[in-house]
Design a protein around this ligand. Structure first.
Ligand SMILES: Cc1ncc(COP(=O)(O)O)c(C=O)c1O
Length: 410
């Protein structure tokens, strides 16, 4: 960073940002009270309550399934765990190939690695969605039968085209909805397209409990297998809603339990957040579109539009920096941080969303994804949490524009 970057550029050295744009959502008071009550009673383990009706986890599962419109939901301890269980249920064996996004968070290829399988990366386009044409090519080249489709940052690919490839090649579709709460394609919530969907409740996500995950499905056999993989043993499956006893007696002891259960405390924190999702969705969308309007005509900013069929959750915004050198783009992020707004560029500086950094994968150096590199190398990422309002968006836009002017002039 040059010396001139080491000063604040707006309002003569004083930052005008007096808020934390990245602060995560607080838990509703009723959730805190319920969590404290479970701790006071020493009832933190999901199978301590003898009946599903008395378990926060089982009730959360029923409430989330209703919210999504799926038949079953299973609370687990992370989205990574949900994806790992899903891959096991899909029949993935060590050495098998699994299709997934070249642009996503490291947890996604890590789940494939955890299953001792090999990812086959599919290109992302400039809108950060999976490229259906490249998917078709990679299916043909690899012969892979499972697709772990990540809606990274809530961006939605052309689902009609993706589903056509899925059907044509009879792919087993697992959706990674970590960033895709309340996200719609043609009015259908994401999480309803695949055999299994996986959600995260880690703190930055739409539902927030520090750590946690949810696996959803419409298939009763998948649901039964999933709860056993998560670590339900003996006959504790009778503390889940909607389970078929005959089926569970058949599956019992045929499936390893990987100890990936959700705790009662976690579910207590999450339950009152489900009805809050709709309100948060409205706030996110209002902020996003307001900020988009302020920035979209800037000559150095390109904000890709989603397909008309898409409604996004909009808890983050991404844009491509245009007309800047690498050095200028990196300086932009540094000066934004000095001004009090933390942003990142996906494709630089050991970012965990850049596939070139996933060196735990065999032969990652040989992976060539030119379109994905183009999609991430100047892509800025900013969190828009729901405590923010349109006045904050005015400040954010002002800071972005002034910092860009400063960087370009420098
Ligand atoms: C796109 C994506 N998928 C999956 C995950 C994994 O979620 P978790 O941290 O709950 O395992 C993350 C984590 O942030 C993510 O960004």
């Amino acid at each position: 960073m040059s010396d001139s970057n080491r000063r604040l550029v707006i309002e003569g050295g004083e930052s005008i940002v007096d808020f934390n744009s990245k602060a995560f959502k607080a838990v509703p008071e009723s959730g805190i009270e319920d969590a404290v009550a479970t701790m006071r009673a020493g009832m933190m383990y999901r199978y301590q309550p003898k009946r599903a009706e008395d378990s926060h986890v089982s009730l959360f599962e029923a409430e989330f399934a209703t919210h999504l419109g799926s038949n079953f939901a299973l609370g687990v301890n992370s989205c990574g765990a949900a994806m790992f269980i899903a891959l096991n249920i899909a029949g993935v064996k060590p050495g098998d190939k699994v299709l997934s996004n070249g642009f996503t968070f490291t947890a996604v290829p890590s789940a494939i690695h955890h299953a001792r399988a090999e990812p086959v990366f599919v290109e992302s386009n400039l809108e950060w969605g999976l490229d259906a044409e490249d998917l078709e090519n990679k299916v043909k080249e690899s012969g892979a039968k499972v697709l772990l489709l990540s809606y990274m940052r809530g961006h939605v690919p052309n689902m009609d085209a993706i589903m056509a490839v899925v059907k044509r090649h009879d792919l087993y579709l697992i959706e990674d909805c970590a960033h895709a709460y309340m996200t719609f394609w043609n009015g259908t919530k994401l999480g309803n397209f695949g055999r299994i969907a996986c959600f995260s409740t880690q703190s930055s996500k739409g539902l927030s409990s520090g750590e946690g995950g949810i696996l959803t499905t419409d298939d009763i056999e998948i649901a039964g297998k999933a709860l056993l993989y998560a670590g339900s043993y003996e006959e504790r499956w009778n503390r889940h809603f909607g389970i078929d006893e005959d089926l569970m007696n058949t599956l019992q002891n045929q499936i390893p339990g990987y100890s990936m259960r959700m705790t009662e405390v976690c579910a207590a924190l999450l339950r009152p957040q489900i009805p809050r999702l709709k309100e948060i969705y409205q706030i996110h969308r209002q902020n996003y579109h307001y900020l988009e309007g302020l920035l979209e005509n800037h000559p150095n900013i390109e904000i890709p539009k989603p397909f008309p069929e898409v409604e996004m959750f909009c808890d983050t915004i991404q844009f491509h920096l245009r007309g800047l050198t690498r050095k200028q783009a990196d300086s932009f992020i540094e000066v934004m941080s000095l001004e009090g707004i933390d942003m990142q560029i996906f494709g630089v500086k050991r970012n965990a969303r850049d596939f070139r950094e996933w060196q735990f994968l065999k032969d990652i150096e040989a992976v060539e994804l030119p379109a994905t590199v183009e999609a991430i190398e100047f892509a800025c990422d900013l969190s828009l949490q729901p405590h923010l309002n349109t006045s904050h968006m005015d400040v954010i836009a002002q800071v972005i524009c002034e910092v860009l002017a400063f960087i370009i002039m420098d």
